[in-house]
Design a protein around this ligand. Sequence first.
Ligand SMILES: O=c1ccn([C@@H]2O[C@H](COP(=O)(O)O)[C@@H](O)[C@H]2O)c(=O)[nH]1
Ligand SMILES: [Mg+2]
Length: 219
Amino acid sequence: MKKPPTQDKTDIMSRRTKQTYDYGQKNLCVLLDLDQVLADFEGHFITKFREKFPDDRFVQLDERKGFYIKDQYEKLDRNLGDKVRAVYIEKGFFLDLPEIKGAIPAAREMAAMDGVDVFICSSPLTEYQNCLSEKFEWVEKHLGPEWLDRIIIAKDKTVINGHILIDDRPYINGSCKSPAWKHIVFTAHHNRHVEGRQRLDNWTDGTWRDIIEDFKKRI
Ligand SMILES: O=c1ccn([C@@H]2O[C@H](COP(=O)(O)O)[C@@H](O)[C@H]2O)c(=O)[nH]1
Ligand SMILES: [Mg+2]
């Protein structure tokens, strides 16, 4: 465990988070996914897809099934896969994602809670050219520049340390077979068929506070 700093309060890491030092207490480390947890990827996708391809078939939100939109559209028509991709790799797509209702005030309140550190943990598209910088811009625009130091970009979230990962992707696999975090599934249309998982359904009914308080007691 890290030793407490001697006197240098300008140490950059101690400014970034309510850092856990070896004072015999521990902060709960919460990892928040970005797309479909803080930012409405699916809703924005449909709007943009219908604008760009008004004559094509599309999948209504309440008919979504499976994590990747592209996979479901390709089942409708195999030519739709490239059109789906064209929508979300376009410049501005990630920057213009609307907020998931209540996510921003909840993230701010969570980060201000005693004994809680919050990070944003997001996977980039492999076609990262617009997506990567726009994820940072989105966080700066919606949460503020002080949150830029809390962004973790990882293709493989299983190797990231933390106590809780709140993420809409129902199955998160990677090279670490027993990740440090407990996965709380953030409910989305595409994952509502998945059973037997601890969930957070929304940011508006206050249940996120109960989850955080419960985990604070367990660490
Ligand atoms: O249908 C799709 C296609 C791509 N994505 C992308 O996957 C990652 C997931 O990111 P998280 O921040 O971990 O949610 C991201 O690059 C999306 O653009 C998707 O979510 N759905
Ligand atoms: Mg997501």
